[in-house]
Design a protein around this ligand. Sequence first.
Ligand SMILES: *[C@@H]1O[C@H](CO)[C@@H](O)[C@H](O)[C@H]1NC(C)=O
Length: 143
Amino acid sequence: MSRTDSQNWQVPALFVVLLFPQLFHTSNGDVGTAAQYSPPYLPTECYGSDSSQFPSSNLFAAAGDGIWDNGASCGRQYLVRCISAAITGTCIPDTTIQIRIVNYAASVASQPSAGGTTMVLSQTAFAAIANSTASSINIEFQQ
Ligand SMILES: *[C@@H]1O[C@H](CO)[C@@H](O)[C@H](O)[C@H]1NC(C)=O
């Protein structure tokens, strides 16, 4: 890339950065629900007893029936944010996390905090977007 080309890219790139928060809020992400689950996180329906596929951030989740996709969801990454909950103030505002699907909600070793949710977040993931004392939250999520 020539010097001129790289300079020409700077203006559009700046606009993308500036507009990103706005784009996200008007995005066509799906609305669903999330519960949380606690260790043990192994074994998983996706990777057996192999923990090497867990992100080091500990931001991972088990897929509920709606997104499990018969196991095709293993390894998929989603942007997730809390949009509301039964108790006002539960959501941590303006916080979006990226999680990776590592398990099937119906197969997790420990009991999720609520049943039938779109996804079940690790304790770390849940606490990053909501008050960790909540059992279930409404989320916006996008692959
Ligand atoms: C989390 O929720 C509990 C129960 O509603 C409440 O007592 C606590 O103050 C909340 N924590 C924060 C940080 O909002």
